[in-house]
Design a protein. Structure first.
Length: 364
């Protein structure tokens, strides 16, 4: 009998434990369900088209508007080339000298022949005038006049030929001495003193210092924003060049078929020597457009997940739905939404607390 009572007591305790566990489980499940059902309050807005200005920014690279390759038209050995890449040169500076011994010898020979030809011409001219006067006085025959006239024309032709030859040699000598066509910098050097220079082969390259431009590559979706002779803003931070202006001077009408990008050139105003702007620097070009069909949201609404950007929208049940969007340009008013959000849709304007999809929210 004692054993039976103890057995019954054990069974009662076991049953009680089971009931307690079931109660705890139900309580926990109810609590979780209550937490899920509990809504939070968030700041929401409705997407609407707005009219206003939109700032666009494009990245580019500074380059000189004028670059020349210095080369000679004569073959010869380089006897002077005291320049290095990055050196500054002034217009008219002698940059390169080619050995010109043969040309100098030709020049001396032609000059000597020209002196003799001019002396001979003077003598023939004197005889021509004398016989011409005699012929007019019937004291010289027609044949004598014809002969001296021929000699006179030949002497004049010889002088003219030698003068042309001398000019040709002097031109060739000019080609052996290359001078800077403008103020600028040496950007490449392909030879040194002692090397043989060949006609048309570049020796150095110069970039003009004061006339610079910014080269842009603009996506096809934005190329319609650019127009010839438009004024745009230019910032070159490395040079301390801010709030500058430029003029759109070239828009390539044939884009890159692979990248769908179009080349655009923006000319800068003439710069001072100490402007600090140099070829190869990074630049940003900005322009402002007006739009009446843009959706702009606060920057606080945007969330980032790796390379993706999105925001939280609300469905008809006031539940959170994550929506990936494509962003446009930023302005003081917020961020432009190019795709992913439509007019009339509600979204969370400020993500200041952890949110998850499917959670019900109260709006304010």
């Amino acid at each position: 009998m004692k054993y039976s009572i103890m057995n019954i007591s054990g069974r009662l305790l076991s049953a009680l434990a089971v009931l307690m566990l079931v109660g705890i489980s139900c309580s926990s499940s109810d609590s979780e369900k209550s937490a899920q059902d509990q809504s939070i309050t968030v700041d929401t807005q409705t997407a609407e088209y707005v009219r206003g200005t939109i700032s666009h920014r494009f990245s580019g690279t500074v380059s000189s508007d004028r670059t020349v390759n210095m080369s000679t038209k004569v073959m010869g050995r380089i006897t002077q080339l005291d320049l290095e890449e990055g050196d500054y040169v002034s217009k008219g500076d002698v940059l390169i000298q080619i050995k010109d011994d043969n040309l100098q010898a030709q020049k001396s020979q032609v000059e000597s022949s020209l002196i003799e030809a001019k002396a001979a011409l003077k003598n023939v001219e004197t005889n021509y005038n004398r016989i011409k006067n005699l012929h007019e006085q019937k004291s010289a025959t027609q044949k004598e006049l014809d002969d001296i006239s021929t000699q006179y024309e030949m002497a004049k032709a010889k002088v003219k030929t030698l003068e042309s030859k001398l000019q040709e040699v002097e031109d060739m000598l000019d080609y052996t001495r290359l001078t800077a066509p403008f103020n600028g910098y040496v950007v490449s050097k392909r030879a040194t003193e002692g090397d043989m220079a060949n006609p048309g082969q570049p020796i150095i390259a110069l970039e003009q210092e004061s006339i610079m431009k910014v080269n842009l590559t603009v996506p096809e979706s934005n190329i319609s924003l650019f127009h010839y002779n438009d004024t745009v803003s230019v910032d070159i931070k490395a040079a301390g060049y801010s709030d500058g202006v430029g003029i759109v001077k070239n828009i390539n009408q044939a884009g890159n078929r692979g990248s769908r990008q179009f080349a655009v050139e923006v000319m800068l105003p003439e710069l001072e020597k100490d402007s600090g702007v140099k070829s190869g620097m990074f630049a940003q070009v900005g322009l402002v457009t007006e739009s009446d069909r843009s959706i702009v949201v606060p920057k606080s609404a945007i969330i980032e997940r790796g390379q993706l950007t999105g925001l939280y929208t609300l469905n008809d049940n006031s539940e959170i739905v994550l929506r990936w969007v494509r962003l446009g340009d930023e302005s003081a008013d917020g961020v432009e939404i190019l795709s992913g959000l439509s007019q009339g849709e509600s979204f969370v304007a400020s993500v200041d607390q952890p949110l998850r999809e499917g959670r019900k929210v109260n709006t304010q």
